[in-house]
Design a protein around this ligand. Structure first.
Ligand code: PLP
Length: 383
């Protein structure tokens, strides 16, 4: 079959350019992982607060469970019979934490980003998206009927120009950004985005806090909490899969947006709801989220330590978070560098095109609060 030959050729091409991917066989032990019989410090996890590795939290959670409340499936869409009471509890808890009218839970951040934009956009919508937004947002934009223009990463001069040129030609414009960016770990300027949007009556703001929820803000609610602008963001989204050590995602929003999404959002309507047990775990951790201040401070501290040391070694690093890239350039070289670090006991992974632009292959360090200052010192020696 010709299709298999094409697949083979493409896989070969990926291999030759150092871009072939595979699923690693991996065993977890606290902040370490064992891959190919080698024990390594995990520098590639999104468990930013180190909660996933904490046994005492799981033990405490287990004690709250009975056979009745341990419900591993919701068996259907939330619009049918999948809407267990814990959904309402968690959504109320989220709305209370954020001080918003409403919240809505989704199966994942991917479902959220792939579903919200197609639901709310019409052909009279223009999306202005940062060049570096996550793949799930790109897919949401593709599935929507909106027109889309991508502005250069964090280039608000260009964004301002686009708004001025385009706002009269569209019913609504939606600015789409992440608050902390996945691959460079740098921040959007939320205050500036809000200022820009407020110059026009028909501009809305969509912010994905996947990497900031749990980590930033006094109560861990994200960069919007830190910047004190939660109520100025029209679509504020985040995932429970990263710092919250669970699964699922949320939007906090006005009641009318929630009701509209329930009626129009295909990735909410046509999928089996998350298992109630997963929501109970999210709710359990959310109750404690404000209290993980020491973890947030420690993470900030070791992130600064690594970033400053990389800059001192001559790497250009614009990170403002615990996601710290060491940009290498060529994919092959990044792969070799990652393998070297792994031999030295650090599970660091290369990130290559198409995830990042050609020529910017990198090692992406994703630090968690489970790491110690000594781990970072040893890592710097290994680099
Ligand atoms: C991880 C991530 C997502 C996807 O969230 P999941 O819950 O893992 O599906 C969405 N947006 C951004 C920016 C992410 O980094």
């Amino acid at each position: 079959m010709i299709i298999y030959e094409q697949m083979q050729q493409e896989l070969l091409r990926l291999k030759e350019t150092g871009n072939l991917r595979s699923l690693p066989h991996i065993t977890h032990c606290g902040s370490e992982v064992i891959v190919k019989e080698q024990r390594m410090v995990n520098l590639s996890s999104n468990d930013y607060l180190g909660l996933a590795g904490r046994e005492e939290l799981r033990e405490e959670f287990l004690k709250t469970l009975t056979t009745d409340t341990f419900q591993p499936t919701s068996s259907s869409s939330r619009l049918l019979t999948g809407n267990y009471t814990v959904y309402e509890k968690l959504e109320q808890q989220m709305a209370d934490c954020f001080g918003t009218e409403a919240a809505l839970i989704f199966n994942s951040g991917y479902h959220a980003n792939m579903g919200i934009l197609p639901a709310v956009c019409t052909p009279q919508t223009l999306i202005l998206a940062d060049k570096l937004v996550h793949a799930s947002l790109i897919d949401g934009i593709r599935l929507s009927t909106a027109k889309c223009i991508r502005y250069k990463h964090n280039d608000y001069k260009q964004l301002n120009r686009l708004l001025a040129e385009q706002h009269k030609d569209f019913q609504q414009i939606i600015i789409v950004t992440e608050s902390i960016f996945s691959m460079d770990g740098d921040e959007a300027d939320l205050k500036e985005l809000i200022r820009l949007k407020q110059e026009y009556a028909n501009v809305l703001l969509y912010v994905d806090e996947a990497h900031a929820f749990g980590v930033r803000g006094n109560n861990g609610l994200g960069l919007a909490e830190e910047e004190n602008c939660i109520d100025q963001i029209d679509f504020l989204i985040g995932t429970f899969g990263k710092a919250l050590a669970s699964a699922g995602a949320y939007i906090v929003c006005k009641k009318i947006v929630r009701e509209y999404l329930i009626n129009k959002m295909r990735t909410l309507i046509f999928t089996t709801g998350l298992p109630p047990i997963t929501l109970s775990w999210s709710s359990f951790l959310l109750e404690r989220l404000a209290n993980f201040k020491a973890e947030r401070n420690h993470l900030k501290h070791i992130s600064k330590q690594l970033k400053e040391a990389l800059i001192a070694k001559g790497y250009n690093c614009t990170s403002q978070s615990n996601i710290i890239p060491m940009i290498i350039g060529e994919s092959q070289v990044a792969v070799l560098k990652a393998e070297e670090l792994q031999r030295k006991g650090f599970y660091a992974l290369p990130v290559r095109p198409p995830t990042v632009p050609e020529g910017t292959s990198r090692i992406r360090f994703s630090l968690t609060a489970a790491l110690t200052q000594e781990d970072i010192k040893q890592l710097l020696k290994a680099i």
